[in-house]
Ligand binder design. Structure first.
Ligand code: F3S
Length: 370
């Protein structure tokens, strides 16, 4: 890779170990993917924040970076962690909370925004055509497809390194030639529910490999539907973006596939793996809820009460929750919990005695059983 004089000095350790290791991660990654240079980014979003999914060794690495003076150079947000501030904190063992708190402390010491959400685009919309280094596959697909920003699917370490250096290797989704669609997907029947959009994502993700699709027939899809579709697409496969129908000059691809209603129905059936008829937990908010979704949930719950033998969690970011006081109050008065900073996948549901989960999220349905 070609490095500028300053990049070379960082690489050689003149700016300390933390900057050096971050630069080395980026250069190695760039070499693996044939990049010839680093390019500046507008923001980074790091995953690997939950102690449940992270464990102890990466946590030691974060501590070393933070105590060696690593500092973010661009706006840098964080994925969900394993606790919310109140509900789970009371219910889960204290030693787990302490481990999680240390991880958060290291990230914050480096300058990361304690956003703890998988929907950083609600906090600040990325600019069209801006280059990002985002981990969290659902956010990557949303940023590339809906916000029209440019990001590869980073891993936790590479997003962290990019945040500290303020740059990312120029390859993959940062190059226009790699953002061209190669397959046209025609929906036989319009999709009607969030679950169907998620099922379409799972179905296509398994089939497409890394091909970028143009999906025809999404005219009625809301931004929330596209979020469900993208999250699922990234869970079952390696697709990092999709185009939706009315985008110009994208309809001349050679390969064409039709998706029928029965493909969607079958996918929903395969996502249903519980052997127990009654769920212990009903979980909404994967990816984290938008303001609009909180409004819909509050309106759908009406005057019903959550049963005593069941948990009802709605997960979102602190930012969105702060804008939705009225809806949050309604959901909580009915016995639900609007949890921020976390989700049912990155916390210890098993330690809470939860064996069976009902969700509208195809991503959670795909991951939770494993
Ligand atoms: Fe977000 Fe958790 Fe789903 S991190 S995308 S709510 S699995």
């Amino acid at each position: 890779m070609y490095l500028t004089k300053e990049e070379e000095r960082i690489y050689d350790g003149e700016f300390g170990w933390a900057n050096q290791i971050c630069m080395r991660i980026l250069v190695r990654l760039g070499e693996l993917f044939g990049a010839t240079e680093l390019i500046p980014i507008s923001s980074a979003h790091a995953s690997g924040v939950s102690y449940k999914t992270l464990g102890d060794a990466p946590s030691d690495f974060l501590e070393a970076l933070a105590s060696s003076g690593a500092k973010t150079k661009v706006k840098a947000t964080l994925n969900p962690q394993s606790f919310d501030a109140t509900y789970l904190r009371k219910k889960l063992p204290r030693e787990l909370f302490e481990k999680q708190s240390s991880i958060m402390k290291y990230f914050q010491k480096m300058g990361f925004d304690p956003s703890f959400t998988c929907t950083p685009y609600y906090l600040e919309k990325p600019k069209k055509n801006s280059h990002l280094a985002w981990a969290e596959s659902s956010a990557v697909v949303y940023a590339n497809s809906v916000e029209k920003a440019w990001t590869n699917r980073e891993g936790g370490p590479s997003a962290l390194a990019a945040a500290v250096i303020g740059k990312t290797p120029n390859y993959g989704m940062h190059q226009i030639e790699n953002r061209q669609p190669s397959i046209m997907i025609k929906l036989k029947k319009p999709l009607l529910r969030d679950v169907e959009f998620g099922a379409l994502g799972i179905f296509l993700g398994k089939m497409l490999g890394e091909k970028i699709p143009v999906i025809q027939g999404l005219g009625n899809a809301s931004a929330d539907d596209l979020k469900q579709l993208g999250a699922a697409l990234a869970s079952s496969g390696m697709v990092n973006m999709f185009y939706f129908e009315d985008e110009p000059a994208k309809s001349d691809v050679a390969e064409k596939i039709t998706v029928e209603a029965k493909d969607i129905q079958r996918t929903i059936e395969t996502l249903t793996t519980a052997q127990i008829a009654k769920p212990d937990l009903v979980f909404l908010g994967c990816p984290h809820c938008s303001l609009n979704e909180l409004r819909q949930i509050a309106s759908l719950i009406g005057n019903r009460k959550v049963r005593n033998d069941m948990e009802f969690w709605v997960c979102t970011s602190c930012y969105v929750k702060s804008k939705a006081k009225k809806y949050v109050e309604k959901i909580e008065n009915c016995g639900g919990h609007v949890l921020t900073d976390t989700c049912a996948v990155v916390t210890w549901t098993d330690k809470l005695g939860i064996k069976s989960v009902m969700t509208n999220s195809a991503k959670t349905a795909h991951y939770a059983p494993t």
